[in-house]
Design a protein around this ligand. Structure first.
Ligand code: SF4
Length: 328
């Protein structure tokens, strides 16, 4: 299935069924036995991980997403802690080489391969090996990453990627130090690098956790930073926290908080601001900034409407679409 469909702005369609098989795979290239997971899904917000929120990259297409154990941060709220915080050997059910991963993607009509679920920077040798083969097979690559990477490795890793969704967990260093065992500065540097010095399509996700990073002041600070440093058209996703890992007893984020964050960011001049992990149709649509017509209507795992013309531009007024389309 391709992602450019109509030239009139009226045609509706649905993507394929979201119920793809999940298997567990084993990574071969580590000396220690480790495991990875395969998961088939569409290019959209995955409701419980808050990951893969790429709304402007090959909309309507499928992505093969997989991850290996390990992360260089230790977020107390990690939804995938069973994978990201694994330090020992994990029993695996199957083995996939880079070639096999690419083959699986082709076999299932995927347009891209996403490195996700944990932190691909810590298993970047494997990710880059897969990326090399993916590009040779005319597939795109996506990194879902925390952006916590050294200046030395940053260009090498992202040279293999076509798109990135970077988690900006907070604009404040205190949050990173206390809840993630990290620092915000390397993440901000990665975001600046991607926006200014690379051709990688960039989207940003901020997980709102009640009382920790969800104040109006902090949301405003973050939105202003994104606009000034990455550009007003950078898609920004606000996601709702759900209790997980070491924060099992923490309250989930009320939808109202996510709505409010979106409003603040829009008022600060950001063009594409989305909500995630809550039931909010309005917060999932993409509106053309030129003619203000709705050009993408999302509904959970599916895209209900996609109004892009054959050039990948707005199907109503021809305004270019911010992002990457199949033919644009
Ligand atoms: S960066 Fe992501 S994968 Fe790593 S611990 Fe934090 S939430 Fe989990």
């Amino acid at each position: 299935m391709t992602c450019v469909l109509t030239n009139a702005g009226s045609k509706k369609y649905k993507t394929c069924s979201p119920t793809f098989p999940q298997v567990v795979a084993e990574r071969e290239c580590f000396a220690m036995e480790k495991s990875s997971r395969f998961h088939w899904e569409f290019q959209r917000v995955w409701w419980w991980t808050l990951l893969k929120t790429l709304y402007h990259f090959l909309p309507g297409s499928k992505t093969l997403s997989f991850g290996l154990p390990g992360c260089n941060l230790a977020c107390q709220f990690c939804q995938n802690h069973h994978l990201s915080q694994t330090v020992g050997a994990v029993r695996a059910a199957a083995t996939f080489s880079p070639e096999q991963i690419v083959h699986e993607a082709q076999k299932n009509d995927c347009r891209s391969i996403a490195f996700t679920y944990s932190e691909p920077i810590v298993w970047s040798e494997f990710a880059m090996a897969v990326a090399e083969r993916a590009h040779a097979a005319n597939l795109k690559t996506v990194a879902v990453t925390n952006g916590f990477v050294s200046e030395t490795h940053r260009p090498r890793f992202f040279a293999c990627m076509d798109a990135a969704n970077v988690d900006l967990k907070s604009i404040r260093n205190g949050f990173y130090r206390e809840y993630c065992s990290g620092n915000v500065e390397p993440v901000l540097n990665t975001l600046r690098y991607l926006a200014r010095e690379s051709c990688v399509h960039l989207e940003v996700t901020n997980l709102l956790i009640p009382t920790l990073n969800d104040s109006d002041e902090e949301v405003n600070e973050l939105a202003v930073w994104v606009r000034k440093n990455l550009g007003a058209e950078t898609p920004l996703h606000f996601s709702a926290f759900q209790p997980a890992f070491k924060m099992q007893t923490w309250q989930p984020t009320p939808p109202q908080t996510v709505f409010r964050a979106r409003e603040i960011a829009l008022n600060e001049g950001l063009v594409y601001v989305y909500t995630g992990n809550i039931d909010d149709v309005e917060g999932q649509i993409t509106v053309c900034p030129q003619c203000h017509q709705t050009i993408v209507v999302r509904n959970g795992y599916t895209i209900d409407e996609l109004h892009l013309n054959e050039e990948g531009c707005c199907g109503f007024c021809g305004q270019s679409f911010h992002g990457v389309t199949a033919d644009g």
